[in-house]
Design a protein around this ligand. Sequence first.
Ligand code: HXC
Ligand code: NAP
Length: 281
Amino acid sequence: MDTPVQYTPVHYTGTERRPRIFRDDLLQGRISLVTGGSSGIGLGIVRVFAEFGATVVFLGRREDKLASAREQLLREVPSANLETVALDVRHHGAMREAVASIVERHGRLDILVNNAAGNFHCPTEALSENGWRSVIDIDLNGTFNGCQAALPGLKASPHGGRILNITVPQALSGWPGSAHAASAKAGILSLTRSLAVEWGGYGIRVNNVLPGPIAGTEGLKRLYEDRGIADHEYERMAMGCFGLVDDIANACAYLASPGGDFVTGCDFMVDGGRWLKRGWV
Ligand code: HXC
Ligand code: NAP
């Protein structure tokens, strides 16, 4: 029998990169819009899309955060075509205006990534009505706003429009202490499946991407690290480690590319096996 290779999980800081796995022009000339692109996973998606040749418009609420993210990306990817828009995804009209401006300037939209989200730990017993409403509004209503605003642009895509909705595995399991986010994300899963059918006739593919805990992100910090439970969380990971933003960005790049032509309505789990591990191994 062969001696098994020793597998040692790496505990990432979050600054590490994965090797480039696709050809350099994978998304050349694609026009994309990433919500919540100024930090964390969204920023990682903007970076990878830009590296693969896409024009990336990314948005968030804070102008200064968008500007420094853009500066950082231009240092890393000098050839990047980047535009920023400061808006709140809760505002349907602002989302419509942002997409209309993209379509006016570029003629179409090829890829929409709904990534902007809000979350905080709060037992439901203590959650205020406004706390519940805020998270539902950003995550679920914001995703609806993005999808509906993007539709005319996506219909005009010669590549077949793509919508990628960033959700979370706890949308399937429930999430004690984050019932607002789990409920909003579960709504997104269902919205995705509905639109995959409604808009399939326009050539538009609509998919969910479900990240596990990702090193170096705000989500990991506020949900696990600040609460002192990050070490415990490692035990829930089948792979024994957290992921990198590149893991999510590469999954998005695949789904947005011709490789994803026959993939629609799927839940693309990128979570290191966390959602399956129940503690019996
Ligand atoms: C209890 C809280 C709270 C907390 C806010 N609220 N934080 N309640 N515990 N920690 C309540 C407020 O008291 C208020 O209710 C209501 O929520 C709205 O708060 P605002 O600050 O006025 O809202 P807003 O400015 O719109 O901010 C939205 C937010 C905020 C969601 C509250 O945290 C935010 O902007 N988040 C964006 C960044 C983020 O969350 N990133 C992580 C995503 S990670 P009252 O009743 O007082 O008016 C993720 C998955 C992570 O989604 C997975 C980890 C592995
Ligand atoms: P993050 O760093 O806090 O990023 C959130 C982004 O969304 C920022 O650009 C933020 O910018 C923007 N944003 C927040 N509220 C907004 C609003 N109302 N309108 C417009 N933009 C808004 O978060 P993250 O940890 O990378 O998480 C990103 C996504 O991955 C989320 O959908 C999250 O649910 C999902 N996810 C994360 C993890 C993880 O481990 N981090 C795991 C599973 C799923 P402004 O603050 O300037 O608006």
